[in-house]
Write a protein that binds this ligand. Structure first.
Ligand code: F3S
Length: 65
């Protein structure tokens, strides 16, 4: 699996937590200004679950490049 750079759009993330539940080694939830948002624990990853996390996000906030 190639290494992907992970970008999470904090503006569109609705904090549903799906990414963190399918791929907790890379995504975690943090409270930012009173709202829960996903943050990436790593800037880049080749973890097999990151694609599933990006596909799972209901608002397509996760970009892999
Ligand atoms: Fe946010 Fe999408 Fe994850 S809405 S919490 S980036 S699944």
């Amino acid at each position: 699996m190639p290494k992907y750079k992970i970008t999470i759009d904090q503006k569109t993330c609705i904090g549903c937590g799906a990414c963190a539940s399918v791929c907790e080694e890379v995504f975690e939830m943090k409270e930012i200004n009173g709202e829960y948002k996903a943050v990436a624990k790593k800037k880049e990853s080749s973890s097999p679950c990151i694609k599933e996390a990006a596909d799972t996000c209901p608002v397509q906030s996760i970009k892999l490049s």
